[in-house]
Ligand binder design. Structure first.
Ligand SMILES: Nc1nc2c(ncn2[C@@H]2O[C@H](COP(=O)(O)OP(=O)(O)O)[C@@H](O)[C@H]2O)c(=O)[nH]1
Ligand SMILES: [Mg+2]
Length: 218
């Protein structure tokens, strides 16, 4: 009995995700779904990206968290439009929540919509949000075996950002090992080591964003 119920939930979500994807296609908005464990650095990455590319793109953010509007406030401080979704205990965002949040965002002329998912390496990977790409972050303090242990998220991500490389001298994290595990799951995954603290590697992330944006514009 339980399996069909789960499938129904995912099918209903996929229908709403298709509505979202159609809206993003029509308006040529690049939508990116950021996923990681709590604290890997999603909001910090957004703060830097929104600041550094402010002159190039019009960007907005939907922030997902169980509680508080802390992250929406942090990204709004860069000048970008930001909406907070509180899941009140829910461990992921679903397409219905994103559809609701979109009502509070002015989509006209928007280039990129970032969705920061709830911090969790499991459930966010199951729920499509009509995004163009899923992006996963793994920080070097979490261990290089995480792609192996939580395969779905890395299997379906276009990019894996390996964040907090400024801390590499203090932890046993093998960048090549993490990259090799991720590539075993997804041979096309782009692996980008970055530090959102000192900015190292972010240029490559920005180049990837520019290419993805250009591809969406057509
Ligand atoms: N050392 C270091 N700390 C970072 C880096 N990126 C983020 N942090 C810190 O990690 C903590 C969690 O970051 P946050 O962006 O809130 O993570 P989120 O939960 O994934 O949104 C904060 O204290 C950040 O300052 C980084 O590249 N290096
Ligand atoms: Mg955050």
């Amino acid at each position: 009995m339980e399996v069909p119920v789960v499938r129904n939930v995912l099918e209903a979500n996929d229908r709403l995700a298709e509505t979202l994807a159609a809206a993003f296609r029509e308006k040529k908005i690049l939508c990116l779904n950021l996923m990681s464990s709590p604290g890997a650095g999603k909001t910090t990455l957004l703060e830097r990206t929104l600041t550094d590319l402010k002159g190039e793109f019009k960007m907005a953010v939907i922030e997902g968290d169980l509680q508080t509007d802390n992250d929406a406030r942090r990204v709004a401080a860069t000048g970008a439009q930001a909406v907070q979704v509180n899941t009140e205990g829910g461990c992921h965002l679903d397409a219905g929540m994103v559809l609701d949040a979109l009502k509070s965002i002015n989509l006209d002329g928007l280039d990129i919509l970032f969705v920061e998912n709830v911090g969790n390496l499991v459930c966010p990977a199951e729920f499509n949000l009509g995004e163009d790409h899923k992006i996963s972050l793994l920080s070097v303090t979490e261990g290089d075996d995480k792609p192996e242990k939580y395969p779905l998220m890395f299997h379906i991500s276009a990019v894996m950002l390996l964040n907090k490389t400024d801390l590499l001298p203090y932890v046993d994290f093998d960048l090549d090992r993490a990259a090799a595990h991720a590539r075993k799951l997804n041979k096309d995954i782009r692996v980008l080591p970055v530090s959102c603290k000192n900015g190292e590697g972010l240029d490559q992330w920005y180049d990837w964003l520019r290419k993805a944006r250009a591809a969406k514009r057509g």
